[in-house]
Design a protein around this ligand. Structure first.
Ligand SMILES: N[C@@H](CCC(=O)N[C@@H](CS)C(=O)NCC(=O)O)C(=O)O
Length: 222
């Protein structure tokens, strides 16, 4: 039966999984779940049966449903160990996962669509206050990522533009979509030179290009 990825072109957590699928050359069917404000397909009961948190992505493998992008990436890593998503060194592997989790667990949830919507519609924060919330947490996250990349550079085994050297790891795969969201919103990334270097390296890598929003089947035609 193979793999089916429930996701959406502008879904940053789905983009992480798409990148891994392309990096490992794993064929998959693309199932579009429209999370735009006009549709909110993820909130319906049909998708709720697929993913109880009603978040995307969900990976379906031989009829079994897997949720949470990091767990999905690790599952794919176990099935297809080459090329690896993790550095060879045990300590670096822990650092790489910590960076991925910083994005997935500490940064991204504070910006999620449902959180921003709740701030506006239920807590009645005006646009300026909501934007302040977003930028406040983005800055904290960016500072942390810059420092974590610097720390990785001090202990890594090889130089290179990616966090752990010349090939991308789970750290780069989780950093890129988050920073692309910030770029789209016009946040000032100049103070974060290391983050920007990683993003530039990802954006010219074939697997990252294949996973980019504009290269997905549900990307709106002009
Ligand atoms: N921790 C989850 C996060 C998934 C997530 O938040 N997905 C977002 C899109 S990037 C979503 O479905 N948002 C819809 C909403 O907030 O209702 C993961 O890593 O898979």
């Amino acid at each position: 039966m193979g793999f089916k990825l429930h996701n959406f072109y502008m879904n940053s957590a789905g983009r992480r999984v798409r990148t891994v699928l392309h990096l490992k050359n794993i064929p998959f069917d693309y199932v579009s779940v429209d999370i735009s404000p006009a549709s909110e397909a993820q909130l319906g009961d049909a998708y709720g049966k697929i993913n109880p948190m009603r978040l995307i992505p969900t990976l379906e493998h031989d009829g079994v449903l897997l949720t949470e992008s990091l767990a999905i990436c690790d599952y794919l890593e176990e099935l297809y160990p080459t090329p690896s998503l993790y550095p060879a060194d045990r300590m670096e592997r822990a650092h790489a996962k910590a960076i991925a989790m910083t994005v997935a667990a500490a940064i991204h949830p504070l910006h999620n669509t449902r959180v921003m919507k709740y701030l506006g519609q239920s807590l009645h924060l005006d646009q300026k206050a909501s934007a302040e919330w977003y930028v406040h947490w983005a800055d904290k996250g960016l500072h942390a990522l810059e420092a974590l990349i610097e720390r990785a550079e001090q202990s890594r085994q090889e130089d290179g533009s990616f966090v752990f050297g010349k090939v991308p790891s789970i750290a780069d795969i989780f950093i890129l979509p988050q920073i692309e969201n910030y770029k789209k919103l016009g946040l000032n990334l100049e103070p974060y030179a290391r983050v920007c270097r990683v993003v530039d390296a990802c954006n010219i890598h074939p697997a990252f290009i294949k996973a980019a929003p504009e290269n997905q089947p549900d990307f709106p035609s002009p």
